[in-house]
Design a binder for this molecule. Structure first.
Ligand code: MTE
Length: 301
């Protein structure tokens, strides 16, 4: 690979905009990464992103299992027990089974990755995730040659996830990727933020992050991963196929039927902050455009 996607938090911290950061949290994050033995701060960077504060990232959330308001996840996600945790990995794999969280992590390299995150609702954040490449996990379990897609499911536990006591969505929350998207080195299984254990409201203990797609593809609190030869059903597509496609790549040229996707509001920028232009594939065009060569992205939205 000619370049890396990771960013140097120390460098980002040196930019003038860093005055807006919650310094204590940023430093805690860097220290946490260093103590965990990561080489994060020495990494090359190909852009300068300033991470949102830990407070922004953990208090303005979408996690409908806890309610539909932006502050519901922070209020109620502590009710979810995340230990023990296991993930069923099944379908077209050589080694299917129920893997404990610890077994999933075994052999994985946890990295820090500062990614842009763009919600389909036209807001955005920059989030310093910790996690490993999904490709490494898929390689570990062995993908059969017939597999073409990966399906994901979130936990169903209405006793602890109060939003699931209503049929807001058809639970479990489901998402999916084409196999080549899942194997892309940008695709992360995230286990933390700012070097800290993943907060429940952000999808503890483990969630997907696909930075060039709208945020709803980045499914939280995963309990099942299935390799399949059929395009999997996804929650938002099931809820409204006209508005939410399977691909859902960030695309400023294809508007949501009810609003423009050309710009977004940066969370933490204040009430009067100007909107920023949304970039094709959320700024990851050079990394991922080749996956969609020859596809009409207005039809496969
Ligand atoms: N995963 C589950 N299980 N349930 C959800 O409601 N919301 C999605 C995605 N993953 C959601 C989910 C949406 S719409 C977004 S924008 C992101 O999570 C929000 O992630 P964040 O709260 O960590 O910023």
């Amino acid at each position: 690979m000619a370049h890396r996607w990771t960013n140097d938090l120390t460098q980002a911290d040196a930019t003038p905009k860093a005055a807006f950061l919650n310094r204590r949290q940023l430093m805690a994050g860097v220290a946490g990464l260093a103590s965990a033995g990561f080489a994060g701060s020495a990494r090359a960077m190909d852009e300068t992103l300033v991470p949102n504060s830990f407070e922004d990232i953990t208090s303005y959330n979408n996690f409908y299992e806890f309610g539909t308001a932006k502050d519901d996840p922070k209020k109620y996600a502590h009710e979810l027990t995340t230990q023990p945790w296991s993930i069923k990995i099944d379908g077209l794999v050589d080694n299917p089974g129920d893997y404990s969280f610890e077994e999933v992590l075994d052999g994985m390299t946890i990295e820090d990755r500062l990614y842009r995150f763009r919600c389909v609702e036209a807001w955005a954040m920059n989030i310093p995730w910790n996690g490993f490449e999904l490709a490494d996990l898929l390689q570990k379990v062995g993908v059969k040659p017939e597999a073409k897609y990966v399906a994901f499911e979130t936990l169903v536990r209405p006793e602890e996830m109060r939003g699931q006591r209503r049929p807001t969505l058809a639970w479990p929350y489901r998402e999916g990727l084409r196999l080549d998207e899942a194997m892309h080195p940008l695709t992360l299984m995230a286990t933390g933020i700012y070097g800290e254990t993943m907060p429940n409201q952000n999808g503890a203990p483990i969630r997907l992050v696909v930075p060039w797609k709208y945020g709803f593809k980045s499914i939280k609190s995963i309990v099942r991963i299935t390799l399949t030869d059929q395009e999997p059903a996804t929650s938002w597509n099931l809820a409204n196929a006209r508005e939410y496609g399977f691909y859902s790549n960030v695309n400023p040229n294809v508007d949501h039927p009810r609003w423009s996707q050309a710009t977004h509001r940066m969370i933490g920028g204040g009430l009067f902050a100007s909107r920023e232009p949304t970039l094709m594939f959320n700024g990851y065009e050079k990394d991922v455009a080749s996956l969609y060569e020859g596809m009409d992205l207005t039809k496969h939205f």
